[in-house]
Ligand binder design. Sequence first.
Ligand code: IPM
Ligand code: MN
Length: 359
Amino acid sequence: MKKKIAVINGDGIGPEVTKQSIKVLDAIAAQFNHEFTYEHCLMGADAIDKTGNPLPDETVEICLNSDAILFGAIGHPKYDNDPTAKVRPEQGLLKLRKSLQLYANIRPITTYTALQHLSPLKAKQLEDVDFVIFRELTGGIYFGKKELSEDGNTASDNCLYTKPEIERVTHLAFQYAQNRKKKLTLVDKANVLETSRLWRKVVQEIAAQYSDVTVDYMFVDNAAMQIILNPKQFDVVLTENMFGDIISDEASVLSGSLGLAPSASIGTGAALFEPIHGSYPQAAGKDIANPLGSILSAAMLLDNFGLAKEANLVREAVNWTLANGFVTKDIDPINFYFTSTIGDLISEYVSGKIPDGVN
Ligand code: IPM
Ligand code: MN
């Protein structure tokens, strides 16, 4: 199979974790006779430094002409601490999501036996935890009208959703649930927000077309608590943009480290794959960041190409590293391996160079 992948390293640890994913994809390509070519492009603080624009037109062009996009991370403290900055790295990612109509963000939450001790939850609560968050990605308060009064003392962000925006992601989430445990939970704040009541109405209507899927509804404050109290009750969680952003970071700690969580953003054209962690500037350039969030995102990219066997081999390799103590500093601050070493080990594993079970 021949595929063209746009690569956006982005900021902070983005370049070093993405490099490991490319290593792994190259190893997969060699092993299974595929041809993956990569085209690098700019976004985020890196793009602002080089071009003045967080999302140069050329980047959108390259992404539109690719089969998939692999993205690292975005953000820089110099913008975080300057609320008056007019140009911000994150605008690049938001504009890219909108330009490519990446309306559904899929964030799987998995737990690993070898990492249970790192989770804030007890081992018993982590057993059988396996759910997926479907976060609407191109609407809601992120994209509503933003206003700041002239005197700078009043600000507003408008949260807006249309029925078609809710419908398209809802159908995807139901279809996903049909291939899993057949349960869908809509997370909203329908006791307060008009947009949430529209979500509930649309989801109730669509539910009739998926009679094999059980649907329940949960307010987001309760959902935040349930994710910690009883995470195994969830299968597919469907929610709007900002609630999805918040609960997916919360849910990712169940696995033991935010550094492990992958995501796929899909829409009408090429899909984008990125770890859910941020740019972690304190670790940038030190070869200590966890590349697994990115590598597992690359596995989701392979799935998206229809290469399930290849994707599963990457996941098997990741499990193998974790089970054998080949972990980065976020997981074991004393006996840790470097980012690049983990990338090498996973590449070797998928190339068949490390026999199963050998430490
Ligand atoms: C994420 C990130 C982004 C978001 C930021 C960087 C704009 O937190 O992908 O979860 O809020 O969507
Ligand atoms: Mn986030």
